[in-house]
Design a protein around this ligand. Structure first.
Ligand SMILES: [Mg+2]
Length: 225
């Protein structure tokens, strides 16, 4: 069954790996890190290093403190301290990340057709910089970044705020669709409040222990307006 956004009173997108290609930027960032630090490139091939670096980002999201501590554990001679690593990661991310092909035109169509839509993303002010650098600024009715709001997905508070930003009430929850790639944050949280859910599967299988989304899609390209 096709998703038709004009049938909904509200549409909510996750940002990373839903509208913008975080996965590609992630690989580029850790290729840079590999090339710049002997502690990796003197011991391992790029491929071996990347396969380790990918273990730091389960479900398409990174806990930067955890990632740093895992790198230090495996490579005690890694020279960057946490602050420098944090800046290396996020500064490169905002510069390297690109929207998926066709995203901007797709969002412009939503604007033109008066779809009520916004973004709900886990993260801080860097999320706004990503939106700006990918040319998507000003297209959304609202953007909620969890660390600025105060609650991360999948906490119910961020979905209650989403309803408020959509100018809808709890009576309308079934008329809202949430589209995202992370089962544990996007889908579970949105289901908790009663939104319809569309999971972007990337290369993963949906976890068997979680209640399934309403739709499973390969990318935003499969969504109709
Ligand atoms: Mg995501």
């Amino acid at each position: 069954m096709k998703i038709k956004l004009s049938e909904y009173k509200g549409v909510v997108f996750d940002l990373d790996d839903t509208l913008i290609d975080r996965k590609k930027a992630y690989s580029e960032i850790f290729t840079l890190l590999y090339n710049e630090h002997e502690v990796f490139n003197s011991k391992l091939t790029l491929e071996e290093s990347l396969s380790f670096f990918w273990t730091l980002s389960p479900n398409n999201s990174i806990d930067i403190k955890y990632a740093f501590s895992e790198i230090k554990l495996k490579f005690p001679k890694f020279k960057l301290d946490f602050e420098k690593f944090y800046r290396f990661y996020y500064d490169n991310m905002i510069n390297l990340v690109k929207p998926y092909d066709g995203v901007k035109d797709f969002l412009l169509q939503l604007v033109k057709q008066n779809i009520n839509f916004g973004v709900v993303t886990n993260g801080n002010e860097y999320q706004f910089k990503k939106i700006k650098n990918t040319g998507l600024e000003g297209l959304f009715n609202f953007v909620i970044a969890s660390e600025i709001f105060g609650y991360n997905k999948p906490n119910i508070e961020i979905y209650q705020e989403t309803l408020r930003q959509l100018k809808l009430t709890s009576k309308d929850v079934e008329n809202v669709i949430f589209i995202g790639d992370n089962p544990y944050t996007d889908i579970i949280g949105a289901k908790k409040i009663g939104f319809k859910t569309a999971w972007i599967k990337m290369d993963f299988e949906y976890p068997k222990d979680l209640s399934p989304p309403d739709y499973i899609i390969g990318s935003f390209n499969e969504i109709e307006i």
